[in-house]
Design a protein around this ligand. Sequence first.
Ligand code: PLP
Length: 371
Amino acid sequence: MHHSFHPPQRTLMGPGPSDVPPRVLAALAQPTIGHLDPCFIELMDAIKKQLQYVFQTDNPLTLPISAPGSAGMEACFVNLVSPGDTVIVCQNGVFGGRMKENVERCGATAVMVEDAWGKPVDVDKVAAAFSAHPQASLLAFVHAETSTGARSDAAALCALARENRALSIVDSVTGLAGIPVAVDAWGADAVYSGTQKCLSCVPGISPVTFSPRAVERILSRSHKVQSWFLDMQLVMAYWDGDSKRAYHHTAPVNAMYALHESLLMVEEEGLAAGHARHRRNHEALVAGLGAIGLEMAVAPEHRLPQLNAVCIPEGVDDASVRSTLLAEFDLEIGAGLGALAGKTWRIGLMGHSSRPRNVFTCLSALESILS
Ligand code: PLP
């Protein structure tokens, strides 16, 4: 006989998921209704408006993909890349590498612009890549690199794409609601995010937005999108149908209640106030880490307030510190990834996790383990 599953009560200060507020969990536990129920359609319309607010966009094609951030990434690539295209892909951490995979699986060529892990994307190198490859039809980059904690200049990169008559794909899985994501002001063409980071919702949904230029490219494709599930022309008929909605897939109805509630919390606080809170708690954490002798891995001007990469001091065992934090303090922080594995910890202050209580819990727990 199996038993019900009762997860431990953790404090989530890793690279995501972040702490989910009780009112979001309560929203999730409401009765399930049909995915074509008129009440659910009303909720879909509300969520679309809420997402337009967090993305700071008027793009009509703005919706939550019913799958995690990786599906949002894939939705952008499979719809905007056709076989034979040339795509400039920036890599300064793990997720740029996944973008390359996506481009190649679409039958296109990825021209890589590489920067060191922990550094932002170098805009001048991207300009040089456009000069060397004037046929490039897309630029793809990660706004907030979760693997390193570095922020890139999305406004400058999207402007560069426009100057070169290319579309832009922006990964802001970790950026959205933690730092400004100004889709229309940037002139970004496709931006995807995730619900489990600064939105502090349950994992498994990926908000995306496509500009009118991106929609034009989708509608003028001569090759069918290789993924049936992520083909936006089909998804649009469900999420974007004005009067009638055609069944495409069964939406994760309860997860959408949770998303609506978490977006409501963002609205209630106000985007700018939320960004300021992320910054304040980040500054408190950095000051406290400094006081216990820990150094940050990213230069101050490029740091993400919601993802703090900390250098692991010489002689300290990475895994044993993290497992002690989990076992004795119920506190999760993240390991370094890829080139930074064993060299950094990643301390997340995302969404509801970005609270003074969490900052102090983490600092005192780390201090007690390291002293
Ligand atoms: N892109 C970035 C920058 C991420 O941090 C993540 C997840 O951590 C993803 C994409 C993939 O999202 P998911 O794990 O929800 O599929």
